[in-house]
Design a protein around this ligand. Sequence first.
Ligand code: NAD
Ligand code: MG
Length: 335
Amino acid sequence: MAGNIFGTAVYYDADCNLGALKGKKITVLGYGSQGHAHALNLKENGMDVTVGLREGSKSWKAAEEAGLAVKTTAEAVKDADVVMVLIPDELQAETYEKDIAPNLKKGVYLAFAHGFNIHYKKIVPPADANIFMVAPKGPGHLVRRTFTKGSGVPSLVAVEQDPAGDTMEIAKAWAAGIGAGRAGILETTYRQETETDLFGEQAVLCGGVCALMQAGFETLVEAGYNPVNAYFEAIHEMKLIVDLIYEGGFQTMRNSISNTAEYGDYVTGPKIITDETRTAMKNILADIQSGKFADEFLDDYKGGFKKLYAEREKAADHECEKVGAELRGLMSWLK
Ligand code: NAD
Ligand code: MG
């Protein structure tokens, strides 16, 4: 039954009413990572699901072959009682203006798997629309795979607009419908989900970790060490450590490493994450909170993603990527 983890309400299947969604016309826009998982899991839970795609979309055939009804985005939104927007964040606002808003039913439930466009007001739905979020804390392929094996991925739910008065019930039904009620459905807000998600991926998971590994590699190579050793020690072995943290937190990881490594961990970590780094983290968070980062990202998208593509090319060209590719060639289990 419903519980509470550090002030966050948690719901399970027994707390959710799938019947709240049954008989409603459900539309899932997009059939990518999240889209295919939500659409198929809900369909297998007996829901009336239509997938909305662009004309000529490569996914059209795949969705039809999986037994789903497929329509163009605009057609799929007409008559839908619940619309879940699972298209890339940077495309959502223009798709909303062009194909979604003109076709929304009065009193519709409109949902997202990430709060970006609603929180930063890039999409401003009408007052009669009910706005909720179901954000699985894992990629869509895991949402699908765990569902078919009888479990699920913990998911966040939030309600931003609730003129109907039952939007949280619909959100919980959706989350349970994709399997999250078997794992845990955690209640949050659009603001919390959006700002912590962006901060995590920028400061820690993607930006922070990749910059740290690359700087470690460069430091060793610049000091004259072999790039092969540098790659193993500063990049490749990250997975061993992260897997242990994933399984049992920092303590499990520290139980498995040598005392030498553990001692070095305690005395060296604070020399890397200095007051200067913490100030940088606070500034990154401030730019997320003010919407500066969101505007920067969308401006780059509108200019043809010049910065994104240039950075992607520069990163692919770095020596560490070439060393890594060679070394992975020695690892039969990766093939
Ligand atoms: P994706 O890139 O895997 O798939 C996007 C899909 O949208 C594709 O099928 C594409 O053909 C389709 N599409 C593009 N334009 C369209 C349009 N105008 N009409 C209809 N379909 C259109 O995207 P994703 O990673 O599944 O992300 C979808 C949403 O889920 C985003 O808001 C993202 O932040 C969120 N999310 C993703 C993950 C993840 O792990 N991938 C996890 C949680 C939340
Ligand atoms: Mg995230």
